[in-house]
Design a protein around this ligand. Sequence first.
Ligand SMILES: Cc1ncc(COP(=O)(O)O)c(C=O)c1O
Length: 350
Amino acid sequence: MTNLTRADLESLPAYVPGRSIPGAIKLASNEVPYGPLPGVPEALAAALTEVHRYPDMGVVALRDALAERTGVPADRITTGCGSVALAEHLVRATCLPGDEVIYSWRSFEAYPIIAATAGARSVRVPNTVAHGHDLYAMAAAVNDRTRLIFVCNPNNPTGTAVRRAEIDEFLAAVPPNVLVVLDEAYREFVTDPDVPDGLATYGDRENVAVLRTLSKAWGLAGLRVGYLVASQAVTTAVRKVVTPFSTSMAAQAAALAALKAGDEMARRAALVVAERERLLAAVRALVPNVPDTQANFVWLPLGKRAAAFGQGCEEHRVVVRAFAGDGVRVTVGTPAENDAFLAAAEKSLI
Ligand SMILES: Cc1ncc(COP(=O)(O)O)c(C=O)c1O
């Protein structure tokens, strides 16, 4: 049979989204459970009458609003179809085939796929025994083929976070021609004052780029809006590889409305954090060595029991995200959803 597509893709695992089962509680995709922010449905309804037109390709109004919120000039902000697309654009903008991308593992499962599809080589640095990034080992893994390093802070799926002193040392050790991407998809849930805001702390460094998303705390996962803050040179290169019009008209309108509801976003994020702490304490009574989390999920390092535990929870109508042989990630839901999970967890651990 003629092979029309790249042979190397055969060995590449497909991205596994959190499962949705009708009628079951979904705690598998790190979404916030409180619905769209106020003003978002109305903004979307208004945008619908214009969808025969292309969106603003420059995403001017939204980038201006993001600039106002972040304090970064709009010309260093790029939006994309979720921050995952921007992560992909960054690798395409930095790597040629054979170049190396370093990341901690286990981390966001899109990284290996992104690296491989760009023809780059993944260098996975094992997480510490405490399930966090080993920034010393990551810096030591840099060689002359390294082009980009993902630092996922807080880390998906373990929830661990690296602190300012560690990042300072790491950045001092990384050569200036290697781009460090701080992936801060869960930044809004961070409460530890030692975990730095990458934008405020490192945003002006030439070789640092920061990824943020409106999918999580801002409640727009279904519309796909993420943004990248990078140096002028990196921004210019990334814009060359961004798919044209990839931030849709609906996404732009909804994101603008969401950003106006920043206080409500913060209120909901605080609810998630309060529930996170309750959930964490409760699961620690059931599962040993659950790490601290700064995100909107908790990590249960169940090892060989992970898949069966995930299956057990599903049988009790709660969908979590099991990584076979490793652990289970559970998104913080509403108090009732978390209670349902805890009941399911107790039964699934027997
Ligand atoms: C660490 C991390 N980065 C990026 C993303 C991508 O989010 P989105 O593409 O929805 O912005 C996710 C989503 O799960 C994530 O966990």
